[in-house]
Design a protein around this ligand. Structure first.
Ligand code: BTN
Length: 265
């Protein structure tokens, strides 16, 4: 098998992120393991990969489904040199890293805040950033990402295949997961170092944004708001034109994207 993850050579000791890779055939959640690793010597930047998670989690308390041997399931814990106010930009930088790493297989867009989608909005990858704050600083962040790599739509359960796809489906061929892992770690290392140097990923994030001009329903905790996505603000927030005026949403989840009506000439 050309794309085995066990025994991967994707680690690179010159990197802060991904200097070492820890492989698990099965684990609860790679995010939990990466959090624990932060308290171990050299645990910052240790890349945790797993073939199968028995308690993989997504955003808003969802379960993350990914069959063994098909996809990339990865977490890394870091102690970023960033203020808490940069959390949105860190998510943006992470999404750009994954997008760049996937580029040889497929051109993906970013659906705010940090889903990677195809042209039709089908999800290919999701990110879960779990942060701990100390005063105004990001004390640590666990970056978890799941990429649908060789899990074909025809193999997905219907409730997933209607809204998701995979790199292999988009590329029309299987994708080498170990090589992809190496590119993800390279890109994460570069993007996060650039952000810590004060370089904003915003312009590139805006250029990759899928939502602009679309009418969406966004969950804000228990509340839902509807409006047209106008763009992305300075801290990575979604700018939404609603009937009550313009909103800047720092957090939230796009629940639905409404079909855009053609305007009669
Ligand atoms: C989402 O789109 O809701 C985020 C999905 C994040 C899934 C990844 S898989 C690796 C890491 N470990 C987890 O338990 N979740 C993240």
């Amino acid at each position: 098998m050309t794309d085995a993850i066990e025994g991967t050579r994707a680690a690179d000791p010159r990197r802060r992120i991904g200097h070492r890779v820890e492989y698990h055939a099965e684990i609860g959640s790679t995010n939990d393991r990466a959090r624990l690793a932060l308290d171990e010597p050299d645990g910052e930047g240790l890349a945790i990969v797993a073939e199968l998670q028995t308690a993989g989690r997504g955003r808003r308390g969802r379960t993350w489904h990914s069959p063994s041997g098909r996809n990339l399931t990865l977490s890394v814990g870091i102690r970023p040199r960033l203020q808490a106010s940069a959390a949105g930009l860190l998510g943006a930088a992470t999404a750009l890293a994954v997008r760049g790493a996937c580029r040889p297989a497929a051109a993906l867009a970013i659906k705010w805040p940090n889903d990677l989608v195809d042209d039709d909005g089908r999800k290919v990858a999701g990110l879960l950033l779990e942060t701990a704050l100390v005063e105004a600083r990001l004390a640590h962040v666990v970056i978890g990402l799941g990429i649908n790599v060789n899990w074909r739509r025809r193999e997905m359960p219907p409730q997933i295949s209607t809204v998701a796809t995979s790199l292999a489906d988009l590329a029309g061929r299987d994708v080498d997961r170990s090589a992809l892992l190496g590119r993800v770690l390279d890109a994460l290392d570069d993007e996060i170092a650039a952000l810590e140097r004060g370089e904003s990923p915003l312009e590139r994030y805006r250029a990759a944004s899928w939502l602009d001009g679309r009418r969406v329903v966004v969950a804000l905790g228990e509340r839902e708001v509807e409006g047209v996505a106008l763009g992305i603000g300075q801290a990575g927030e979604l700018l939404l034109q609603t009937d009550e005026g313009e909103l800047a949403l720092a957090v939230g989840e796009v629940l639905r994207v409404r079909p855009v009506m053609a305007v009669p000439a």
